[in-house]
Design a protein around this ligand. Structure first.
Ligand code: ATP
Ligand code: MG
Length: 499
């Protein structure tokens, strides 16, 4: 590891000349208070005489507050600190794909050195409004409940919110798995999570051959606090490299509640006044500055995009906590995971009542839009009707019974196994069959079978239809006729009658 570090040091861009020399006044855990560097600015790097490095986090009258990012030995009062007026820059490049790096971009996967293409500033301003264009492409998450009900566009920031163990990571990682067939670059940023959680994700990504298009940034709970704090910035920075090359990037932050904890810990040691829930007042600024870096660039800037899926954990379904309300207000929508649904076996446990995507539908495929016109409202009405019908079991009208049947089929469709992303075409076919009323006649088991088999059936007998759908992204009358024919053939094969 130390050798790796040495080599990284050697490939670092040449340092600037020493501008000022300061002195360590006191050390408090990973925070150093220093004096004698009046021209320091926030976010810049300082070097200690023993080789340690730190970033400037703030000021107090005549003192500079420094967060240690790499330790070269013990730091004592009176040690010298050098200010080279150098902003924090970390390596970026294509070579990072398929690798696991720490919060400060050092490889931690024992696969050897990473040769960077360039160095990018970690704290960078978000692209301005004139550099952006409205969203126009959809992110294929592979989860039918999301693609159909809460569509996400490339460049969007969509919060994933829910209690512990409700499937938040699963849905985000499934979205990464599904990018194997697209050319979206994925970044999974782990913040403050135990090593075991990260290992599970990495193992899954490796097993499913998703690492070649993915970078994992590890700010696990056992890593130094500075690395956990910097991990989301590093993930953004790595994404920006690809975005500026005109690529589409998906970044998953798992999770922001832990990032807020880390920042609270740093702030309390910096003696900043604690505010609501003991978080410092600028936590809103910290998170909004990060999520602002997502977006869709204009064609003159190569037209790349960054899509963010920040995850936030809440307690007992309470969305009114400080961190979660902040994040809800600064993202373009949220996917809310309901513990009740999860325990009832509705997985993914997406709650359509509390979930929303404010811009995703603008970029949705026309075909998907057509087959999901009333999906959400129908599903919510079904859930209410279901509750009512549990109270009053007899004397239901025919219309109510039909709606219950449709609702049951809808529930069966929206249930999806973990780590089994579906293609957009597959999802459209299933929803098309639902709208046709074909699935109302089938049992839950049969619907499950239909979901698995029908796509392969079309792929084997009419592959042109799937290619055409991907090209057109809409269902023409001719395609619908063909699809009807295929549905009929499939059902005949299954010796079930069409209504
Ligand atoms: P944490 O709070 O620990 O971060 P989380 O909300 O990220 O949890 P996951 O780790 O994704 O939740 O999932 C929790 C459990 O639920 C896991 O054991 C996972 O296998 C299971 N699970 C998630 N989604 C599904 C699904 N669609 N089908 C079946 N099981 C699922
Ligand atoms: Mg998780």
């Amino acid at each position: 590891m130390s050798e790796l570090k040495k080599t990284i040091e050697s490939v670092r861009p040449p340092s600037f000349e020493i501008r000022e020399t300061g002195v360590v006044e006191s050390v408090r855990k990973f925070i150093v208070f220093a004096s004698g560097m009046p021209s320091c600015i926030n976010g810049q790097i300082v070097d200690f005489q023993n080789g340690s490095r730190g970033i400037v986090m703030g000021f107090k009258e005549d003192q500079v507050q420094i967060l240690l990012i790499s330790l070269g030995g013990e730091i004592r009062n009176g040690d010298e600190i050098y200010n080279r007026a150098e902003a924090l820059q970390l390596p970026v490049g294509e070579a990072f794909l398929g690798r696991i790096v720490s919060g400060i971009c050092e490889p931690v996967d024992e696969k050897g050195l990473i040769h960077p293409t360039d160095y990018f500033p970690v704290f960078r301003d978000a692209p301005g409004i004139m550099d952006r264009v409205p969203v126009e492409k959809t992110l294929e998450t592979g989860t039918i409940a999301i693609d159909a009900g809460i569509p996400i566009a490339l460049g969007q920031r969509q919060l994933v919110i829910g209690d512990r163990l409700t499937g938040k990571t699963t849905i985000a990682v499934d979205a990464i798995l599904n990018q194997k067939h697209t050319d979206v670059v994925c970044i999974y940023c782990c913040i403050g999570k135990p090593y075991a959680s990260l290992l599970r994700v990495v193992q899954l990504l490796s097993e499913r051959d998703a690492m070649p298009h993915t970078i994992v940034v590890s700010g696990i709970s056992s890593a130094p606090v500075a690395e956990q704090y910097l991990a989301p910035y590093t993930a953004c920075m790595l994404g920006e490299y690809f975005m500026q090359k005109g690529r589409d990037v998906l970044v998953v932050f798992d999770d922001f509640s832990k990032h807020a904890w880390v920042y609270r810990q740093i702030s309390l040691l910096l003696e900043r006044a604690p505010g609501r829930e003991a978080y410092p007042g600028d936590i809103f600024y910290i998170h909004s500055q990060l999520v602002e870096r997502a977006g869709y660039l204009k064609p003159e800037l190569k037209g790349g995009s960054m899509t963010f899926l920040p995850i936030v954990e809440i307690l007992q379904g309470d969305v009114t906590g400080y961190i979660s309300t902040n994040l809800i207000s600064m993202t373009d929508g949220q996917i809310y995971f309901n513990t009740g649904l999860f325990n009832k076996g509705v997985r993914p446990a997406v709650d359509f009542g509390l979930s929303v995507s404010r811009i995703g539908s603008k970029a949705q495929w026309a075909a998907m839009k057509e087959v999901t016109k009333s999906l959400r409202i129908d599903y919510l009405q079904y859930q209410e009707l279901l509750q009512m019908s549990q109270i009053r079991t007899s004397g239901l009208s025919k219309a109510a019974e039909a709606r219950l049947k449709r609702g049951a089929a809808m529930t069966a469709i929206l249930k999806q196994d973990k780590n089994a992303p579906a293609t957009m075409e597959q999802e459209i076919f299933i929803l098309y069959a639902l709208n046709k009323g074909i699935l109302d006649l089938l049992s839950e088991e049969q619907i499950k079978q239909f979901k698995q088999e029908f796509y392969s059936f079309v792929l084997a007998s009419e592959p042109g239809l799937i290619q055409l759908l991907r090209k057109e992204r809409a269902l023409t009358q001719e395609m619908k006729d063909k699809l009807n024919q295929k549905l009929k053939e499939y059902l005949e094969q299954k010796t079930t009658t069409i209504r």
